[in-house]
Design a protein around this ligand. Sequence first.
Ligand SMILES: *[C@@H]1O[C@H](CO)[C@@H](O)[C@H](O)[C@H]1NC(C)=O
Ligand SMILES: *[C@@H]1O[C@H](CO)[C@@H](O)[C@H](O)[C@H]1NC(C)=O
Ligand SMILES: *[C@@H]1O[C@H](CO)[C@@H](O)[C@H](O)[C@H]1NC(C)=O
Ligand SMILES: *[C@@H]1O[C@H](CO)[C@@H](O)[C@H](O)[C@H]1NC(C)=O
Length: 721
Amino acid sequence: MRVEVLTALAGASLAVGQTTDWASAYTKANAALAKLSSAQKVQIVTGVGWNKGPCVGNTPAISTIGYPQLCLQDGPLGIRYGKSVTAFTPGIQVASTWDRALMNERGKFMGEEAKGTGVHVLLGPVSGPLGKIPTGGRNWEGFGVDPYLAGIAMAETISGMQGAGVQASAKHYIGNEQERERDTISSNIDDRTMHELYLWTFADAVQAGAASVMCSYNKLNSTWACENDRILNQLLKKELGFQGYVMTDWNAQHSTAASANAGLDMTMPGSDYNGGTVLWGSALSSAVSSGQVQQSRVDDMVRRILAAWYLTGQDTGFPSINLNANVQGTHKTNVRAVGRDGIVLLKNDGGILPFKKPAKLALIGSAAVVNPQGMNACSDQGCNTGALGMGWGSGTASYPYFVAPADAIRTRATSDGTTISTSTTDSTSGVASAASGADMAIVFITADSGEGYITVEGNAGDRNNLDPWHGGNALVQAAAQANENVIVVVHTVGPIILETILALPQVKAIVWAGLPSQESGNALVDVLYGSTAPSGKLPYTIAKTAADYGTATVAGSDSFSEGLFIDYKHFDRASIAPRYEFGFGLSYTNFTYAGIKVTGAPTSGPATGDVVPGGRADLFETIANVTCTITNSGAVTGSEVAQLYVGYPASASAPPKQLRGFEKLPLAAGASGTATFTLRRKDLSYWDSSLQNWVVPSGDFNITVGASSRDIRQVATLAVA
Ligand SMILES: *[C@@H]1O[C@H](CO)[C@@H](O)[C@H](O)[C@H]1NC(C)=O
Ligand SMILES: *[C@@H]1O[C@H](CO)[C@@H](O)[C@H](O)[C@H]1NC(C)=O
Ligand SMILES: *[C@@H]1O[C@H](CO)[C@@H](O)[C@H](O)[C@H]1NC(C)=O
Ligand SMILES: *[C@@H]1O[C@H](CO)[C@@H](O)[C@H](O)[C@H]1NC(C)=O
């Protein structure tokens, strides 16, 4: 099979050594395929069975072609069950940095650690869930609720990982938006919404060269994802030109022939969790013998799997499996940078932050200190005890160490001569004595979620509500009664409702510290003390009340009736004022915007290019450029995330504005820089279901650049004929 390969990935940087040369990988795969027996082919597509190998997924070695025992291992933030690996920051923290270089570097470092432990396929990154339901248990594993931002994070992560020689698995494909009933629910997503929201991020993953895609547990229109012809054969392989292989989520296969014919290429872990039921293996051989599955289909599965292995260069010099290897290197630098640059400053009255050598600080709340039972005391991080660095479930890793907020603040306080008083439980009884007399009281609150096989404090994966856990509101109230200057630090998987806290005039600052993993305290100190000005922006909306989101978990089936209107697109259309909008974040400086310029003269109409990995080739061509001058008008160095939102002509029936570009500019005080946004054909198109194609509508586009989705500073018009 010959495929044209894109030489440049619009909107994302290609890492040195990145392999997207599927054509030569397929040449090698075909040569190897010719040497295999039918039985060997079935072995390559069937996992060895649950708990029957060193990794969470394994296929047998085929020595005649030098093919190894393939090791597939969780997960999206590092190597689950690794003994001495980095616990990288969760996807949601990466998204809130809006920093392509950090996204790419994190992917590269994860790839290096996977390769160093002999893991061929690292099971991530995640953009399913996308996060349309704010309580969704696994939203924190992904890159936030906007497909443009999440798609770039997917592409950067994959190009980083695969450039380091490890296969990525983009997951969970698709419509897996909640933990509740995830193994049975049907996600009934209309065709346009599918393309413009949920498929968008996977298109970027495919364009970046993703070796594999993992089909999800749920159904689409009542057909299981892993035997769904529409999403596997039609959307992924035909429309997006996906050259790699589709693997199941663990135990997400329900049939032998139907899954094979719908486009599934590998079953994991190969048996059910009791080891009894095996749907491929000899059953697949029988289905071929009886004519239910063509031999050519099995050959295609094998060719795809081998091509992905060759694509990432794993046929030469790949280390043997050793999950105990120490592979951390200096990767913690990325954890600290993402932890720090993902912190979003929501409120900073009177410039109370950064600290100016306070005489006394009070630290309040159990989340200030590491879990007293131990940093890895809960299996798969399935508890919310002590400082929160990640959610729970299979997408976790063990911490090699954990710098809790109180540890890092104490260290810093020593050098400033600051006295520290603490009340590090969630009881309000010790708050007054700790907080009174302090210059400031810092209250640590959390909200946690995870994968549904673990229930934590009554939350079965998805959160029960959007309130802070452990009585966080009462803790802040108690601090406010004892101290005039309360700073609230929030470690959370996603939005919480802040109204109770914001009603307290003593709350002068809110530091949205997200999920910073092992470098939590260091990242926080960098911002609290001003060695780095905060530069994160929210990758979701914080509402005034949970009902404002208009989405919630459901039972049985989800009609996705909100369509395109999730998160800020919903708030915009329904004219609901959010508390803190998508894209919002303060700094210790200010930025001004000037001189918006739009160039290019795009023409309307459908895309016409040949299909390459990611979709029709012309969708990725730049058809307009937007530039804008950003000036740091404050007194300290800082970074601004300039954001481009596009309003389509009314004929497209699109959301009022959609993110279609961003650039993070580091600027010294008084300095100016140019934010440059490239608009690809896809960025100005909508999905026309009747044409089954992307179409650029004619008319006036509203091109807006701003500091958030509601802080628009510059507006221009792009007329499309
Ligand atoms: C599900 O049904 C809707 C409504 O008919 C359709 O628009 C969509 O393409 C279908 N999706 C799949 C994956 O079959
Ligand atoms: C940013 O500008 C606003 C409005 O002029 C001002 O109130 C605020 O103090 C400035 N903040 C910083 C950090 O300079
Ligand atoms: C956009 O900018 C790039 C880089 O300067 C340039 O090569 C390209 O021609 C521009 N495209 C349009 C449509 O203005
Ligand atoms: C363009 O966007 C701005 C900012 O959102 C808005 O105020 C303005 O009304 C929009 N203009 C049109 C023509 O939609």
